[in-house]
Ligand binder design. Sequence first.
Ligand code: ZN
Length: 141
Amino acid sequence: MSLVLAVVAVLTVTLLYTLFVRAKDIPAPDPVSPTRHLDERKAAIYENLRDLQFEYRVGKLSDADYAQTKLALQMELGVVVAETERVVTGKAPVPVPIAEAAASAAASQPVAANAAFLCPHCGAEFAEAMKFCGACGKEMA
Ligand SMILES: [Zn+2]
């Protein structure tokens, strides 16, 4: 009689232990963030920029190398930021908003259609309207 109780008790404890441990040990299913790979890329780019800045400061890089690498990183950052924005907002792929922006810009300001698009932050020029500056990565108006 008491043996049965003991067995039941052991089984119960084992079951509870198993449930408890499993709940703790098995990592919660990763909330699949649609921007996770982008966030990681962005972090990597920022790290590269920091390294670049450091190497330039300690004199490992020429001005030209520094400028070229920095620009490449910033352009990549711009792409990642824009892609993140696109994923987060769930908007249609980039070409559509650009076409709309170009169309509305042309409609409201006929002269501006052929003008270069200037980044309000760094002054970089672009042939077509972009949501984010390819040079500094900031949002363009
Ligand atoms: Zn810019």
